[in-house]
Design a protein. Structure first.
Ligand code: HEC
Length: 164
């Protein structure tokens, strides 16, 4: 073994080492490019629960802006709580949600839709008289059919619907 052999060996050996390093680097780059993007697959209900848990317990509303916001929020709550028929002047809607409970089956002698009894009562009392019976209640029928939130107009519309 002479000096020439040694340097030839060292050149070849370092060539191999460098080649391996390049190869390793290429593999690392390839692996990184093939790796799928980590997707954070958040469960929507978990997110919602987390948001509820960290939500402020109460808000502070102050000044006229705050009062307006409070009034708006209260109106929204009321609107959400009020049944859809409140304020509706559609007699069929009122009848079908409130009055039908008794009048469909004729509970306790409640005159049914289109019945002779109802026609007879109408002949006796007229629309106003029948509406007044509903407003004030009549025997088993509670005042306003048990719905004090309904207006006279709504009750009248319901009576009109019954007489159609
Ligand atoms: C809890 C049951 C009940 C509900 C709810 C009810 N009614 Fe009646 N209604 C009756 C009964 C019972 C009578 C018959 C009363 C009698 O003649 O003794 C009656 C009678 C009537 C009469 C005839 C009144 C008269 O002067 O002869 C009308 C009109 C009437 N109801 C309309 C309505 C309308 C409109 C509603 C809904 C807003 C309604 N009722 C809800 C039980 C009910």
């Amino acid at each position: 073994m002479n000096q020439n052999d040694d340097s030839a060996f060292i050149r070849r050996f370092s060539g191999i080492i460098i080649g391996l390093m390049v190869f390793t680097g290429a593999i690392i780059v390839l692996a990184l490019s093939l790796r799928p993007e980590p997707t954070i697959d958040a469960n929507p209900s978990q997110v919602r629960f987390a948001e509820e848990r960290v939500a402020p317990v109460a808000g502070v509303r102050e000044g006229s802006d705050g009062q307006a916001a409070l009034a708006a929020a209260q109106a929204e709550t009321l609107a959400a709580a009020a049944p859809a028929e409140a304020g509706a002047l559609d007699g069929s809607q009122v009848y079908n949600t409130v009055c039908t409970a008794c009048h469909a089956a004729g509970v306790a002698g409640a005159p049914q839709l289109g019945s002779d009894l109802l026609a007879q009562r109408f002949a006796e009392k007229g629309l106003e008289g029948l509406t007044n019976s509903v407003i004030n209640g009549l025997n088993v029928m509670p005042p306003r059919g048990g719905r004090p939130d309904l207006t006279d107009e709504q009750l009248k519309a319901a009576v009109e619907f019954m007489l159609q």
